[in-house]
Write a protein that binds this ligand. Structure first.
Ligand code: CAA
Length: 379
């Protein structure tokens, strides 16, 4: 597989890096402390084309490939993993889902606004009793002829209070099991939606995570994505791509931890020399660098397969499994490299550790990724 970047890839990567350093870095510690969503910065990300990167230009998107998306996600995530998850969900779960499976009306009415970041999207699959076991949907979408009536609660919804549009998975026909689940586009302004309190999280504290309650929410039938009963397959297919986004987020944390450590190791002196001269530190840096390189290759492989319209479920699960482990490893080693300074907020690496952990949980835990990989291996 050929990973020579085009000039466009490099331009996207550099633009994302510049933006992250200029606009995200200055307030990232404060936002983490205060659990403050990077509202202004996400708006700018929309203006710069980072919120609908792979969307067809006919629907206001950037028309870019998934490789560009991986590169941009890595750069944004290096600096601010909270802004990055907002970007990932909007791009790969919401925009991609509507672009690939939505109707013309849905693309005109919803995708065009999502692609520019004018409206942010959220993906509502998880429930209090349906996380990994996603077929066990309790939220119902009762078929009322020309509309559905949604009742139920969704949990841990990224962009929960920021989103203007939600894609909600809900059970229409219990007897059909997962084949009775539908995916519906729900506007925030529809009657009957209650946003729960913001979750007080370990990491990605700037991201906007809420539970959402739906009480007799009336959704027109034309807002259903795909055929009746396609909702679970929709969610699974879209998550295969979403996992490339989260893998790239984890890659960004892993490479951010390495970059911070390289910089610090050349500045900090102990025993009369820069700590970079100590073999104990060199070994850490080498191991971190290998993990970054391998995680990047896995992310790019999954992205390439997706761009080439080949099967990428196994590749994206592998990328997410490995990159999230790399993020945890590198964040811990970055703290160790920084010593006491690594344990305080000013040097960023303690936040990276807290942010890294979620990449092993959302969009399918590491254990779920192993299930996906094993199923593909044993086919
Ligand atoms: N790609 C495509 N189709 C898939 C698939 C995949 N990765 N995984 C399962 N399917 C299909 C199966 O082929 C099957 O269809 P057929 O019967 O037609 O073959 C159907 O889906 C049901 O699958 P299973 O029979 O395998 O169902 P299961 O209950 O045994 O396992 C699961 C399903 C793979 C564990 C699934 O529930 C799963 O992926 N769970 C994790 C859920 C998840 O990732 N949640 C993330 C929440 S969103 C989020 O985190 C966003 C955010 O805010 C950051």
């Amino acid at each position: 597989m050929d990973f020579n970047y085009t000039e466009e890839h490099l331009a996207v990567r550099d633009a994302a890096r510049d933006f992250a350093e200029r606009e995200l870095l200055p307030g990232v510690i404060e936002r983490d402390n205060q659990q403050k969503f990077p509202e202004q910065q996400v708006k700018m990300m929309g203006e710069l084309g980072f919120m609908g990167m792979m969307v067809d230009p006919a629907y206001n998107g950037g028309g870019m490939d998934t490789v560009s998306y991986v590169l941009a996600m890595e750069e944004i995530s290096k600096i601010d993993a909270s802004a990055a998850v907002c970007m990932s969900v909007n791009n790969s779960l919401v925009c991609y889902g509507i672009q690939k499976y939505g109707s013309e009306m849905q693309k005109e009415n919803y995708l065009k606004k999502l692609a520019t970041g004018e409206v942010i999207g959220a993906f509502c699959l998880s429930e209090p009793e349906a996380g990994s076991d996603a077929t066990s949907q309790r939220t119902t979408a009762e078929d009322k002829g020309d509309h559905y009536l949604i009742n139920g609660t969704k949990n841990w919804i990224t962009n929960g209070n920021t989103a203007g549009y939600y894609i909600v998975m809900a059970q229409t026909d219990q007897e059909k099991g997962y084949k009775g689940i539908n995916a519906l586009i729900v506007e925030r302004s529809f009657e009957g939606i209650t946003i729960g309190k913001k979750e007080d999280k370990l990491g990605i504290r700037g991201s906007d995570t809420h539970s959402i309650m739906f009480t007799n929410v009336k959704v027109p039938k034309e807002n259903r994505i795909g055929e009746d009963g396609f909702g679970f397959k929709f969610a699974m297919n879209v998550l295969n791509g979403g996992r490339i986004g989260i893998a790239s987020q984890a890659l960004g944390i892993a490479s951010g931890a390495l970059e911070a450590s390289l910089k610090y190791a050349k500045e900090r002196k102990t025993f009369g020399v820069e700590i970079a001269k100590h073999q104990a530190i060199q070994f850490k840096l080498s191991e971190m660098a290998v993990k970054v390189e391998a995680a990047r290759m896995l992310c790019l492989k999954a992205a390439k397969l997706k761009d080439e319209k080949k099967d990428y479920a196994k590749a994206s699960a592998m990328a997410k499994l490995f990159a999230s482990e790399a993020a945890m490893h590198n964040a811990i080693e970055a703290i160790q490299t920084h010593g006491g300074y690594g344990y305080v907020k000013e040097y960023h690496v303690e936040r990276m550790l807290r942010d890294a952990k979620i990449t092993q949980i959302y969009e399918g835990t590491s254990e779920i990724q192993k299930m996906v990989i094993a199923r593909e291996l044993l086919k």
